[in-house]
Write a protein that binds this ligand. Structure first.
Ligand SMILES: C[S@@+](CC[C@H](N)C(=O)[O-])C[C@H]1O[C@@H](n2cnc3c(N)ncnc32)[C@H](O)[C@@H]1O
Length: 255
């Protein structure tokens, strides 16, 4: 069974790896999409759809703060970024101090334990790491203020369990793959909208995927970097096989 420690280690390892190659202090840790010329990034797309002005915002699974800083720039009242990776939180806090940003704080915390309410909660590619998706989803909904919105962007599994999906779970320590059925609510207080963003992705060819999968045989069996890369390629493989969809779900609390 996967544990919270497995997820923290996965993202601490990713940080160590990214820090070697990425020059920018704050960088996105999510898929690159190809929107029109108006947007180059999913968070930019989100702030064009959801008004941040004057809102209290939780960036649940904030990475090194890329989205949190964008919310501040878009006139959020207060932003809290949380992550289970100490390395990510340290980096986010360093940048915050450097930029002298007051209304943003970063904490090593899990979205399974939220003690305050927020007008907006964003989960960008983070909810799939939940050890119990239904439980986390309920906790996140409970943390919304009246008229608040929970914005989820993630890889939604749209196929039947197979060797690729099983290996993806093993490599990324996922207890399950998130599906749209996990995000159903039988409560008139909430409304859900769903948008498929997969058409904005550039899918990899099977040739490229198989070549990359061969390359990973060179890594040591239990290397954390191998797990990270291999998980990424397995995810790409599921997209190419049309068994994964990149979706945006917005859940609004009606009162
Ligand atoms: C793929 S990264 C996305 C980071 C950021 N949202 C972005 O798009 O740049 C997933 C993030 O979710 C965080 N995460 C995973 N499980 C979490 C949990 N239970 N509570 C809070 N954060 C979590 C990881 O530490 C990581 O920061």
């Amino acid at each position: 069974m996967n544990t919270a420690k497995d997820i923290s280690q996965l993202y601490n390892s990713l940080f160590e790896l990214e820090a070697k190659f990425k020059k920018e202090a704050v960088y996105p840790i999510h898929k690159q999409l190809h929107f029109s010329e108006r947007f180059s990034d999913i968070y930019e797309f989100l702030v064009s759809k959801v008004d941040c002005k004057g809102k209290t915002i939780l960036d649940a699974g904030c990475g090194v703060g890329f989205g949190s800083f964008l919310f501040v720039k878009n006139q959020a009242k207060e932003v809290v970024g949380i992550s289970v990776s100490i390395r990510e939180i340290e980096r986010a806090n360093e940048i915050k101090t450097k930029l002298k940003i007051e209304n943003c704080q970063f904490q090593l915390a899990s979205f399974d334990e939220i003690s305050t309410s927020f007008d907006l909660i964003f989960c960008v590619e983070s909810l799939k790491h939940s050890l119990d998706i239904q439980k986390s989803f309920t906790t996140l909904l409970d943390a919304l203020t009246p008229n608040g919105q929970l914005v989820i962007v993630d890889d939604f599994f749209d196929g039947h369990e197979n060797t690729i999906s099983q290996q993806l779970k093993e490599n990324w320590h996922l207890n399950s793959l998130i599906s749209e059925n996990d995000i159903q609510i039988d409560d008139a207080n909430f409304s859900i909208s769903s948008e498929d963003l997969t058409p904005f992705m550039r899918l990899k060819s099977l040739f490229k995927i198989y070549t990359q999968r061969l390359f990973f045989r060179l890594f040591k069996k239990n290397s954390p970097y191998k797990k990270l890369f291999k998980g990424g390629v397995l995810l790409d493989h599921l997209y190419t096989k049309k068994q994964m969809k990149y979706k945006l779900l917005i859940i609004t609390k009606n009162r």
